[in-house]
Design a protein around this ligand. Structure first.
Ligand code: NAP
Length: 244
């Protein structure tokens, strides 16, 4: 059975992706930063109830050695890694004038460096397998920018460049690499925005509603499937018409 490794998958969009890919028949390798993320959380049991195998691999994806060790452990446990979803991400918002160097560096290491850490290790396995699908979580903010998010927009713009580069480097090896760029999606990450910020965002969305994690997961499911076998290096915006 094929295996999907999803970073930051204890909750939010990552958990919805895990549920969808399990329904598609993938075994699920969960990742989050620590065991605590899976306490009082029935996501792993929910996935196993679908008849696939699921295991938790805790690691801080901003650390290269931790990713190397995790990828090795996933390969040992499941034998193959067919799909990698780089989903882990954080925000540390603030206007640039007030943003600290620590806020900048942390977001870059968790959101962007992690994608290098994971792709470098997983691509080696996928290259030997001669197939694999990588899906990276970018953001509309990485394409259009957003006041208060110079760190986050930099990390997400970089992910778009990395996605296209890896698509070119590994296209001939049977590996596809695509990105999805969500707009405003209901998750714990966006719950912490102020009502004013939420209202401002809503006014710019053509569909006049926020997205749900399952609406990201369905596009990831397509990119993880053979239905998208000739799609690589693309960035698919999932934003209810935010940018049109
Ligand atoms: P979320 O609810 O905050 O979930 C992110 C998960 O990543 C959390 O479980 C978090 O663990 C984990 N994580 C954080 N740092 C990590 C690390 N160093 N190593 C491993 N795991 C780590 O966020 P979300 O809204 O589902 O977002 C998922 C992805 O979509 C992110 O890349 C985000 O940038 C992107 N995105 C989201 C939106 C949106 O509107 N929600 C829009 C565009 C893009 P903790 O609980 O310990 O923090």
């Amino acid at each position: 059975m094929a295996t999907a490794l999803i970073t930051g998958s204890a909750r939010g969009i990552g958990a919805a992706i895990a549920e969808r890919l399990a329904s598609d028949g993938f075994n699920i390798a969960f990742n989050d930063i620590n065991e605590g993320c899976f306490e009082n959380n029935d996501i792993v049991e929910k996935i196993r109830a679908k008849g696939v195998e699921a295991e938790v691999f805790c690691a801080d994806v901003s650390k290269y050695a931790a990713c190397e060790e995790m990828v090795k452990a996933v390969k040992e446990r499941f034998d193959t890694i067919d799909v990698l979803v780089n989903n882990a991400g954080i925000t540390r918002d603030g206007l640039m004038a007030r943003m600290t160097e620590e806020q900048y560096d942390l977001v870059i290491s968790v959101n962007q460096k992690s994608v290098f850490n994971m792709m470098k290790n997983v691509c080696e396995i996928m290259r030997k397998q001669k197939h694999g699908h990588i899906i990276n979580l970018a953001s509309v903010v990485g394409v259009y920018g957003n006041p208060g998010q110079v760190n986050y927009s930099a990390s997400k713009a970089a992910i778009i460049g990395m996605t296209k580069t890896v698509a070119k480097e590994y296209g001939s090896r049977g590996i596809t690499c695509n990105a999805v760029a969500p707009g405003f999606i209901h998750t714990p990450m966006t719950d912490k925005l102020t009502d004013e910020q939420k209202a401002a965002m809503l006014s710019r969305i053509a569909m006049k509603r926020y997205g749900e994690p399952e609406e990201i997961a369905s596009v990831v499911s397509f990119l993880a499937s053979e239905d998208s076998s000739y799609v690589t290096g693309q960035v698919i915006e999932i934003a209810g018409g935010l940018s049109i």
